[in-house]
Ligand binder design. Structure first.
Ligand SMILES: NC(=O)c1ccc[n+]([C@@H]2O[C@H](COP(=O)([O-])OP(=O)(O)OC[C@H]3O[C@@H](n4cnc5c(N)ncnc54)[C@H](O)[C@@H]3O)[C@@H](O)[C@H]2O)c1
Ligand SMILES: [Zn+2]
Ligand SMILES: [Zn+2]
Length: 340
């Protein structure tokens, strides 16, 4: 099969190679990849940043966001059959530690990660434990199903607290924040206020259904938010991962409101703890997707009409992966789909 491999540690070292189709054990399914998406993580693996140096174990096939069709199933596989259209949870929990046993598998400290420390999906085929696979509605385009992994970070964040009838701020509208805008609208938020400095991304937020889009570089975001919600928003969802953006959300939320953090800062934000203690604010961090509650929520949202069309800006053959990574690095795309 054709695949993209990180052949060795260090910057670059990606190669488009031919390899044997992966083996599959009695608990595994073999999946033919229909569509796979480029993520910022893949760019970090290419550039070999600090995070990649710690976690990535070459040689491996990279890529972790995909949809596919099951072509083989191992003898002990249950609930998944040949021909099923699937996506998959990319964290492979150990399923046996105390954290897994109490139902918190999404934060299993022993988790493996496809495309990071085991073979990923920038390939024609991938083999995975059946417990990680999610059967999807085959009438949803594979290009959208392959976005379920990042969509899950949006859905997990939005579903954390009730948003129905509430005033909601989405801070940062890259692909994940923009999807969160659409999810919050679908969940019945009274007002979705997007905050995004980049004009192309602001347009994206509008297309995903934001009622108001604020440019925090040009406007006083706090004032605009408080002209819509006098004391601040009920729920503020942080998807920028920008230290200044993280500092700003404390001013956007009302007393006793909720702040949900999904964006991962590379610099340390300067936060005054008394700002949230004496105003009774709840802070919640989001890690990946709940296994499998978030996935069932996503299947339900596709059924309810969630439209990811504005998110998919480019589609390329897998062999053009370098172009896809380059566009991601330069911010010239929202999501690029690669087709093996
Ligand atoms: N917690 C998790 O499990 C998890 C999973 C996946 C991704 N993430 C993180 O979620 C974040 C969002 O992912 P993405 O792919 O959409 O990232 P992205 O970097 O493409 O998007 C971030 C957006 O924030 C905007 N922004 C920058 N400064 C801002 C500010 N001060 N105020 C408001 N907006 C600002 C940027 O213009 C950009 O559009 C990233 O930080 C990513 O690392 C977290
Ligand atoms: Zn990703
Ligand atoms: Zn575990």
């Amino acid at each position: 099969m054709k695949c993209v491999m990180k052949t060795a540690a260090g910057a670059g070292n990606l190669q488009f190679v031919q390899r044997e189709i992966p083996e599959y054990g009695e608990d595994d399914v073999l999946i033919k990849v229909l569509a796979t998406a480029v993520c910022g993580t893949d760019v970090h693996i290419q550039g070999w940043n600090d995070w990649a140096q710690r976690y990535v174990t070459p040689p491996i096939v990279i890529g972790h966001e995909f949809s596919g069709e099951v072509v083989k199933v191992g003898a002990k596989v249950k609930g998944v059959k040949v021909g099923d259209v699937v996506s998959a949870e990319t964290h492979i929990p150990c399923n046996s530690c105390e954290i897994c046993r109490i139902g918190e598998r999404h934060v299993c400290p022993h988790s493996g990660l496809i495309g990071v420390n085991r073979d990923g999906c920038f390939a024609e085929y991938i083999s995975l434990p059946y417990q990680n696979v999610v059967v999807c509605d085959p009438s949803v385009k594979p290009e959208y199903l392959c976005l379920m992994e990042p969509l899950g970070a949006a859905v997990h964040g939005v579903m954390q607290y009730p948003v129905s009838g509430r005033k909601v701020v989405v801070n940062g509208c890259g692909p994940i924040g923009a999807m969160a805008v659409a999810v919050a609208k679908l969940c019945g938020a009274a007002r979705v206020i997007a905050v995004e400095p980049n004009s192309t991304r602001a347009e994206l937020a509008k297309n995903m259904g934001a009622d108001v889009v604020i440019n925090p570089a040009k406007e006083n975001a706090e004032q605009v938010i408080k002209s819509i919600a006098t004391y601040g928003a009920d729920v503020v969802l942080e998807y920028s991962g920008n230290a200044k953006g993280i500092e700003s959300v404390f001013r956007f939320v009302r007393p006793e409101g909720k702040i949900v953090f999904v964006g991962l800062p590379s610099e340390r934000p300067n936060v005054n703890f008394s700002e949230f203690i004496y105003r009774g604010i709840t802070l919640k961090g989001i890690a990946g997707r709940r296994i499998f509650n978030t996935w069932e929520d996503m299947n339900g949202m596709f059924a309810a009409g969630l439209d990811l069309e504005p998110i998919v800006t480019h589609t390329l053959p897998l062999e053009d992966y370098e172009k896809g990574l380059d566009m991601m690095l330069k911010g010239e795309c929202v999501k690029t789909i690669l087709k093996p």
